[in-house]
Design a protein around this ligand. Structure first.
Ligand SMILES: [Zn+2]
Length: 613
């Protein structure tokens, strides 16, 4: 075990201690508006955009769960997810907050080196951000840059909000302006960060020169890398830091850190392509905006946005490059099941020039007219190929990757019928076309095997009767009484359906942890019908008033339990009666009169029990 003890306290003890001390309701309450609802708190999930709250926090169990996206965990997992920390980082953060001293953890050498390296990269990026900012604000050598920004209408607030800086040109500050501020390990790290470039002859020179520099931050606000736009003449116009241990272009979005609260508030993100488009929109009052870093949008970026909004609108140039970019994005949106729309700017405009010339109202009008991405793609295809027989078959071919990107069988069939209608075909016909052609093409399977088998299972399993529903509900919401119900034949009563699956899941959960809360069942259930059923049960407001008389509540609960146990007994007796009848018929057929006598006695007893109920 690579743990060391400090004054007799192990890291595990500390973790448990912090978990005990940390008030999960308070910690989450700082990021999410929470309202009490019974024993739990309810709010809008910070990990996926939503309008109606389905994010619950349990103070007692120190546990959160989102019924919308399924995120759940304890205070550590919340810190890790929300602030983008690793476990030691979350531990450190909470320890600091609750003034708990942390013993040193003995990491493996690799671990230690890696985390040291990351810390250094962040530190160097931070220092660089400050240097470039200062230079832009004060240095005489930045006069042209300041003038340029002023001309583009970038105000002081925006400069400081985005921590925009300036990397001086060679003529003013030489090749080693930034390098001159870094020594030793910092200098080496600055090379790794791509801020400095090693020279073959030894030494290094600055990568960014004569550029307005935008720090690119993660969700926690740490600077991961930079994007720079040239001020004078020169190529390339835009340049990013190279990929590093802390900088990955495909996993970050410019402006998300600064604008995420506004994106969350509006439950929609507007994505633009350029750095100046982004800040110009913010400057003019369109705050729910972010920008990918000069490359095509990725699924990781969409996933990031999904944590804050349920909808995305792409605001692209109306030229063919903009159209292509929008089209490439369609399968990503489908695969992430994120409703995406696209709005195109009129000719010779980008978002920056458009909002500066026409203002926010016009921009909002344009955004309001955005069309859904699949719609846009289909219209483009119809425009190109027409709706002749030949055109349609070309369109079907082009639709294939879009339909293949559907995230679920349900989504796929929705698309197929939607597109079929647009093309004037029957859905089955389109499906068949896609099917036949796909046999001749190497297409990767679209529907994960699990999802497919689950669908089959759902279709096969019997729907629950009213009584079974009540039993399942009680079994899930009152785990304390699980064993009583189990003894009374709950499983037999639920056999062959959804209820039995839930029974087995609940049983194994309670076998492991007899004090498990109802919500914990969700964490062990895969996505699907069972999970949806449990989620809907848990999300319903409690019927019994939890603020009411405790004695009365106990009585109500006891009454309900008694009713259910009685019902289970009746089911059991009826089943025994049916079996008995079968045996009696067999005995009669075999002429076994002594057995028949015995069975008759049993039958009388069963009937009496049923009547006594
Ligand atoms: Zn959620």
């Amino acid at each position: 075990m690579d743990r060391v003890m400090t004054s007799g306290v192990s890291r595990d003890d500390i973790t448990a201690h912090i978990k005990e001390q940390a008030d999960i309701v308070q910690i989450i309450g700082e990021c999410v508006e929470l309202k009490r609802s019974g024993i739990r708190f309810l709010g809008r999930c910070p990990f996926h955009g939503e309008k109606t709250p389905s994010f619950t926090v349990h103070g007692g169990q120190q546990f959160f769960h989102c019924f919308g996206c399924g995120e759940s965990g304890d205070v550590f997992s919340f810190m890790m997810k929300y602030y983008n920390l690793d476990f030691p980082g979350a531990l450190k953060e909470l320890a600091k907050r609750y003034r708990i001293e942390l013993p040193e953890r003995h990491q493996s050498r690799e671990e230690e080196e890696r985390s040291k390296k990351r810390e250094l990269l962040f530190a160097v990026n931070e220092k660089c951000t400050a240097l470039y900012c200062q230079y832009l604000q004060n240095a005489p050598g930045a006069a042209a840059a300041r003038e340029y920004l002023q001309k583009r209408g970038v105000g002081k607030d925006i400069l400081s909000r985005f921590r925009i800086g300036y990397a001086p040109p060679v003529e003013v500050a030489g090749w080693n302006y930034l390098g001159g501020h870094f020594k030793g390990a910092e200098q080496k790290t600055a090379v790794l960060a791509g801020l400095l470039v090693d020279k073959e002859s030894g030494g290094s020179y600055d990568r960014f020169r004569d550029r307005i520099v935008f720090p690119i931050m993660d969700i926690g606000g740490r600077v991961c890398g930079f994007g720079g736009r040239i001020v004078g003449e020169g190529q390339p116009k835009y340049m990013n830091s190279p990929e590093s241990e802390v900088f990955s272009k495909s996993r970050l979005l410019l402006g998300l850190y600064q604008q995420k609260e506004e994106i969350r508030r509006q439950n929609e993100a507007v994505l633009v392509e350029g750095n100046f488009d982004l800040i110009s929109l913010v400057e003019h009052g369109c705050g729910n905006v972010a920008a990918p870093l000069g490359t095509a949008l990725t699924r990781e970026q969409l996933r990031l946005i999904k944590r804050f909004a349920e909808k995305v609108t792409l605001l692209f140039d109306g030229d063919s490059a903009g159209m292509k970019a929008a089209e490439r994005a369609v399968p990503l949106f489908l695969a992430e099941q994120l409703p995406g729309r696209v709005a195109f700017l009129p000719d010779n405009h980008d978002p920056d020039t458009f909002v500066r010339e026409k203002g926010l109202a016009e921009l909002n009008r344009l955004l309001g007219q955005a069309v859904s991405l699949p719609e846009f793609a289909l219209n483009r295809m119809i425009g190109e190929h027409g709706l002749t027989l030949d055109g349609k078959s070309k369109i079907v071919e082009e639709l294939r990757p879009l339909i293949a990107a559907a995230a679920s069988p349900l989504q796929r069939s929705v698309f197929v019928s939607h597109f079929a209608e647009k093309l004037g075909m029957a859905a089955g016909q389109l499906d068949a076309h896609l099917g036949t052609a796909s046999r001749s093409l190497p297409v990767t399977p679209v529907v994960p095997a699990v999802a497919a088998s689950r669908k089959v299972r759902e279709e096969r399993s019997e729907p629950l009767s009213m009584a079974q529903k009540q039993l399942v509900e009680f079994m899930i919401l009152q785990p304390k009484y699980f064993s009583r119900l189990a003894e009374a034949g709950l499983r037999q009563c639920l056999a062959g359906g959804l209820g039995e699956i839930l029974f087995l899941q609940q049983k194994s959960l309670l076998d492991r942890n007899p004090d498990a809360e109802p919500e914990e069942l969700l964490t062990v259930l895969p996505e699907g019908a069972e999970r949806n059923l449990v989620a809907s049960l848990l999300l319903r407001p409690p019927i019994r008033s939890l603020d009411g008389d405790e004695e009365r509540q106990k009585e109500e609960l006891a009454e309900e339990l008694a009713d259910l146990l009685q019902y289970l007994r009746r089911v059991h007796l009826k089943k025994s009666g049916d079996e008995l009848l079968q045996r009696m018929q067999n005995a009669e057929r075999d002429g076994n009169s002594s057995l028949l006598q015995e069975l008759l006695v049993e039958q009388v007893s069963i009937h009496r029990q049923l009547h006594d109920q």
